[in-house]
Write a protein that binds this ligand. Structure first.
Ligand code: FE2
Ligand code: FE2
Length: 158
């Protein structure tokens, strides 16, 4: 038997969940990762480490751009739609953004040796890799919740 999950959460509650949980957790992780990346770039270290930190900084800017676009344009459209009737939501563009973010996350992961923690690593390196693993988890959660729950809900009502 096929197992399906249905969500009966009202749209406004789902939006609050996305903003408070998905976005806030991602923002916190990105700020910590940005500070750590800057430290790595300004400390003496291997060229590989600097290259990784520079890629991570560029990735952070892309994710922050995506989150800002959703927070400043998409979410207010949903809030307005909930009061005055649904609008034409830019769902295809956001799904494309999500797919691109996943591709870059994979590139960064492979640049960092799959983010595998090894016994010879310094505690600083372990902590950086843990932040990147947290980023991967938070990013995938964010994408899953929006692509699989929020967007289909909007498509159903529009
Ligand atoms: Fe989002
Ligand atoms: Fe998103």
């Amino acid at each position: 038997m096929k197992h399906t999950t249905t969500f009966n959460l009202p749209l406004t509650d789902l939006l609050t969940f996305v903003k408070r949980c998905c976005h806030e957790n991602l923002h916190d992780n990105l700020v910590a990762l940005r500070d750590h990346s800057h430290r790595w770039i300004h400390q003496e270290g291997s060229q590989d480490r600097i290259v990784l930190a520079e890629h991570v900084l560029a990735f952070i800017r892309s994710i922050q751009g995506h989150l800002a676009h959703e927070e400043n344009t998409f979410f207010p459209m949903i809030e307005l739609g909930a009061r005055k009737g649904p609008a034409l939501y830019p769902i295809d563009d956001l799904i494309e953004d999500h797919a691109e973010l996943i591709v870059v996350m994979h590139k960064i992961k492979s640049l960092a040796g799959g983010l595998e923690v090894t016994p010879d690593m310094t505690s600083d390196c372990v902590s950086y890799y843990e932040k990147l693993l947290d980023l991967e988890r938070l990013l995938l959660n964010h994408i899953q919740i929006e692509n699989q729950i929020l967007h289909p809900m909007l498509q159903k009502i529009s």
